[in-house]
Design a protein around this ligand. Structure first.
Ligand SMILES: Cc1cc2nc3c(=O)[nH]c(=O)nc-3n(C[C@H](O)[C@H](O)[C@H](O)COP(=O)(O)O)c2cc1C
Length: 140
């Protein structure tokens, strides 16, 4: 079973989370979707393999109210974890995902893949999310 934890303000990252979960199920595994406010870090850290989703907010940053504190709480315990990252962005160039991915790597996680979507995900991102789901299931 793969936990997919996300924050989404206007639903784009949520759509990506749903596509990723469908991909995980399509790859023959179970997915558990959590809004970040509905899971605590210790529950997530029971697993070695998981996915995190958050749009670009602030100025190329994670959403500051819930996702940023959650990610910060994970950082000291990421050694050996295999993590997929995804999220939606608007007018930027996707810099927030680069920063986020480097941050997770520096904290000791293996980032097994990232998918970003300009606003709502299209069929192209759906395909990328399916491929990311396959990688997650293989990493289990
Ligand atoms: C307060 C706020 C800050 C944002 N900051 C950025 C940004 O720095 N870079 C960017 O590319 N998009 C930015 N966006 C656009 C969102 O990332 C984009 O609309 C995204 O699709 C929202 O995802 P969601 O529907 O999952 O909330 C911002 C949006 C809001 C509301």
């Amino acid at each position: 079973m793969v936990k997919v934890v996300y924050w989404s303000g206007t639903g784009n990252t949520e759509s990506m989370a749903n596509m990723l979960a469908e991909g995980i199920k399509g790859a023959g595994n179970d997915a558990a979707l959590f809004n970040v406010s509905d899971i605590d870090k210790d529950t997530l850290l029971e697993d070695t393999v998981f996915a995190l989703g958050c749009p670009s907010m602030g100025n190329e940053e994670l959403e500051e109210g819930e996702m940023e504190p959650f990610v910060e709480s994970l950082e000291s315990e990421l050694s050996g974890k295999k993590v997929a990252l995804f999220g939606s962005y608007g007018w930027g160039s996707g810099e927030w995902m680069q920063t986020w991915s480097e941050r997770m790597t520096n904290a000791g996680a293996e980032v097994i893949g990232t998918v970003i979507s300009n606003e709502a995900p299209t069929a192209a991102e759906e395909k990328e999310l399916k491929e990311l789901a396959d990688k997650l299931v293989k990493a289990l």
